[in-house]
Design a protein around this ligand. Structure first.
Ligand code: AVI
Length: 335
């Protein structure tokens, strides 16, 4: 099964579980985490990219965040998908192939698959191989009429999609407001890359969290049960385990602040006192109250997001919003 990549990395096609049409593995650059930690902790303003939250425990903690009373995005978006599933299915059209960028619990895409019995294909793209395979297999078993393939890759990079997508109209699916975790410049680059891969005539269904009352935002990222704090601090345990780190997570505390000027929630790990920590064979000094900036979660206005999507090569077709204006779902056309 020859595959040409747009990138320099060559994918491998490993043993494909029978129920899947394809499984393409672009592999994982194991040195990237180490590189990003060394660079991030060595910087004048310490920072580590949020993609490293999602080891096995981090993914479970994120699932728990999605159930929290304060964390409105997940239940609001699922409500929007359920309410408007028929309209979205009509926009997908017959025999389309849905390409999900990142693959969460698949709860959300199942809402669309149930509403679109004439969907032709579904391709989740995700870096987490085991989780991706398990999710794709279970979905393929439940939807035997849909050609399901999976691509293990960093979905922000260009990849070549398998035949299930190549011979159909392609519609991207990017729920959860993950776009908000990208810097605006990177969000634009991602949308441009996605538009190219989906191709003219394709589309995109994307969930985008909205600017709102700062107290609601702060509560969503500083929940009373401390699950978001555990999610944030788990990054230090991951560094300890995978990069020979000496972090004492209890010597740091979680905080999430609303930065109104930049329209983003910022998550930080704050050093409780001056300390020295080792990781990757190096030593890093922390002053009391010094922070590691671990995540930005940008919140958009509907007009702001429309402008971004149009700059990236999409025409904006439709917005759905809940009655309280908490969250938005958009249908975009690739032009
Ligand atoms: C995955 N992402 C959209 C979540 C967010 O809301 O930015 C990650 C998260 N971080 C803390 N809580 C949830």
């Amino acid at each position: 099964m020859p595959r040409e990549t747009l990138d320099t990395v060559s994918p491998t096609v490993t043993d494909i579980p029978e129920v899947l049409a394809d499984f393409i593995d672009y592999g994982h650059d194991a040195d990237t985490f180490q590189h990003d930690v060394i660079t991030g902790l060595g910087a004048a303003r310490k920072a580590i990219p949020p993609k490293y939250f999602y080891d096995e425990r981090g993914s479970r903690l994120f699932d728990a965040i999605c159930e929290l009373p304060e964390y409105y995005p997940t239940r609001t978006e699922v409500g929007l998908l359920r309410t408007h599933a028929d309209e979205i299915a009509a926009l997908l059209g017959p025999d389309a192939c849905l390409v999900e960028f990142g693959c969460g619990s698949l709860t959300k895409v199942r809402v669309l698959l149930d509403a679109a019995p004439d969907l032709g294909g579904f391709i989740p793209v995700d870096i987490s191989r085991e989780h991706l395979l398990a999710s794709a297999v279970s979905l393929a078993e439940d939807h035997p009429g849909v050609e399901v393939a999976a691509v293990c890759a960093d979905f922000t990079k260009p990849i070549t999609l398998p035949p299930a997508a190549a011979r159909r109209r392609r519609v991207g699916f990017f729920p959860g407001s993950t776009i908000g975790n990208f810097e605006p410049r990177d969000a634009l680059d991602f949308l441009r890359t996605a538009a190219r891969q989906l191709g003219t005539g394709g589309g995109m269904v994307i969930g985008v969290d909205l600017v709102k009352d700062a107290d609601v935002l702060r509560a969503a990222y500083n929940d009373a049960q401390g699950i978001t704090a555990a999610f944030n601090l788990n990054l230090l345990s991951r560094i300890n385990r995978e990069l020979c780190g000496s972090f004492e997570p209890r010597h740091f505390r979680h905080d999430a602040v609303w930065n109104a000027d930049k329209s983003r929630i910022e998550m930080h790990l704050i050093s409780r006192h001056a300390q020295r920590v080792h990781a990757c064979g190096r030593s890093f000094a922390f002053a009391e109250a010094e922070t590691i900036h671990t995540e930005n979660s940008y919140k958009y206005t509907v007009d702001g997001f429309k402008a971004l999507a149009e700059q990236a090569g999409f025409a904006h077709r439709k917005t759905w919003m809940d009655d309280d204006g908490l969250f938005s779902l958009h249908y975009l056309d690739v032009v």
